[in-house]
Design a protein around this ligand. Sequence first.
Ligand code: ZN
Length: 237
Amino acid sequence: MPTKSFLAGEEGTLTVPVPAYLIVHEKGSVLFDTGMNPAAAHDHGRYTDQIHKSNQLHVTPDELLDARFMQAGFDLSRVTHLVNSHLHYDHAGGNSLAPDVPVIVQSRELDHARRAGLPFGYVAEDFETGQSFTTVDGEHDLFGDGSVVCIPTFGHTPGHQSLKVKTGNGTFVLAGDACYLRRTLDKLHLPRFRADEDAMIASLMALRELQTRGARIMYGHDPEFWQDIPQAPARLG
Ligand SMILES: [Zn+2]
């Protein structure tokens, strides 16, 4: 994608990873974001032609979520909770891989996705899968013990949320697109596109506050950051 999409004013292009996360808790297993639609790998033209032309998607079948689960030896049917940071095509594309699991999303995000549609990065076939939605407003504690909590981080989209996860190895904040890159947070260098700039800055300040208190921020699309992060089948926490 054009680098300015991630860092306003910068030239060139940037190739970024598209992460998804599995959190295993004694009361359930949580999928946070689902990456690309399998059609992006299997039927490249049909799917990608409907997305922004300036973006090129590279995804192979063995990078899709179902393949990653298989590589990790984890049966997708064990997923009990599916949380979307937001409903853009690189975050909700694989929702249909867990067809019986309700999708937890901020209510204002679902409303916006349905209204805004394709020109704003929302592909109906990604999230209108027949799955039920559990819509939430603001913070939402999945297991009631403070270990896995949706936190509103509006700004990238009107209803974006991040996930705060407490593990034996500390607290992680899966930022999603509230914070694309480490530089976004360190320098407050905003992307070109902001649904709501004031909300985006407030969300970044909230992430900084969590970082100050010791949380580790998982940047949504930072290619350098992800080079050093263990990925499935390895474990982080
Ligand atoms: Zn994204």
